[in-house]
Write a protein that binds this ligand. Structure first.
Ligand code: NAI
Ligand code: MG
Length: 350
């Protein structure tokens, strides 16, 4: 009765917050009568320094045998960020068809947020995760007029349709409202195509109230009037940027979770915080473990344990409600260990 989970702490604070979250999840699982069997994988920039790759050649095959992937963060000074990203995260997202990057954001109790006064902030950002602006097509060219860099975007009908369908389905299951991020005034090929496919998918979801917004205006909306946002869907780049905005306005990157999902269930999905390896605070035991723990709750839900997931979220909220348990990014003095133990202590009794 144990789920096989690949645990990849990665680099920097990933090595601190991932073990912290594992402790919380093990405790929640045991209270709900199931177990997590962890397969620890020491991949990342230290592995790269030794082997010249971010993971072993059979890395994807090994991950393919698991039920889910739980990842901390990868990236460390000395290894260029595009090497760490394209050597580990992006191959995993693509090999396992994790075409949805789901990033919930809301106001947790007790956190100072510029949005606190507006009362309501509870959004789910759905980011396309396999194509779009993150492409390897292009290059650098020396021309008589000077150096030129070209970066192409790839938008396929299949790629747009499947992520938009996921987003509209999610909107139907949540508040029934959706905003699609576009920029069809400036990007004249890809964005009108994205908009066209959005309208087609919307036709199949007459019960969802939706509209398009240019991504710049939408980013501003997150700050000025976030209360009427519910599901927000965007391309790879737009979804990435909007989710950092959402994380920042909801309190801290240290509380922002994300899931890379293969909604078909054929492949393992991957759960990782929005934040990176935070070299500026790594190794000091002060990183906020909440984002990683929330990712763990999303993983439990995905594995078919919604009650255990709800318990973890309830425990997180009890901890954020107590300023004495806040880590430094939230303005407090608690350590990673203190915040983690507090979450475990706050798990509802079963
Ligand atoms: P970052 O997210 O690591 O840090 C940005 C700021 O937020 C820093 O001041 C950091 O101390 C703070 N912060 C982040 N997470 C925190 C937490 N849990 N608790 C308290 N404070 C926290 O982003 P940055 O500095 O741009 O990137 C550092 C490295 O991480 C780079 O190598 C980058 O490529 C990598 N990275 C990896 C990601 C991933 O694995 N998915 C995502 C983003 C960045
Ligand atoms: Mg990002």
């Amino acid at each position: 009765n144990a789920h096989r989970i690949a645990a990849i702490p990665g680099d920097g604070i990933g090595k601190e917050v991932l073990p912290a979250a594992q402790r919380v999840l093990d405790e929640a699982a045991s209270r709900h009568g199931f177990a997590l069997s962890w397969c620890e994988l020491p991949w990342g920039c230290a592995w790269y320094a030794e082997h010249g790759t971010m993971m072993p050649p059979d890395g994807i095959d090994r991950l393919g045998e698991t039920d889910a992937i739980f990842l901390g963060a990868v990236g460390w000074p000395g290894v260029p960020d595009h090497v760490s990203l394209w050597g580990l995260l992006i191959p995993i997202r693509r090999a396992f068809n994790q075409y949805v990057n789901l990033r919930p954001a809301r106001l947790l109790p007790g956190l100072a947020s510029p949005l606190r006064e507006c009362g309501r902030f509870d959004v789910a950002i759905v980011r396309e995760n396999t194509e779009g602006e993150y492409s390897e097509v292009g290059g650098r060219f020396a021309t008589p007029a000077g150096d030129v860099a070209v970066q192409e975007s790839i938008f396929t009908r299949r790629g747009c349709e499947r992520v938009l369908r996921y987003a509209f389905d999610l909107a139907r299951a949540r508040g029934g409202r959706l905003v699609s991020a576009t920029k069809s005034n400036g990007l004249v090929h890809t964005m009108p195509f994205w908009d066209e496919v959005t309208a087609e998918v919307a036709n199949g979801h007459p019960d969802v109230e939706w509209r398009r917004m240019h991504v710049d205006a939408l980013a501003a909306r997150f700050i000025t009037h976030p209360e009427d946002l519910d599901v927000v869907v965007g391309s790879n780049l737009f979804g990435d940027i909007l989710s950092d905005v959402a994380a920042a306005v909801s309190g801290s990157l240290g509380v922002a979770p994300s899931a890379n999902l293969d909604p078909t269930g054929e492949n393992p999905s991957m759960f990782e915080p929005v934040h990176g390896s935070a070299p500026d605070i790594a190794g000091r035991g002060v990183a906020n473990p909440i984002a990683q723990i929330w990712c763990g709750a999303m993983m439990l839900e995905h594995l078919g344990h919604p009650a255990a997931a709800a318990d973890v979220l309830a425990a997180i909220e009890r901890v954020t409600a107590e300023p004495a348990l806040h880590t430094r990014d939230l303005g407090g003095t608690a350590s990673t260990e203190e915040a983690t133990s507090a979450v475990i202590a706050a798990l509802p009794a079963r």
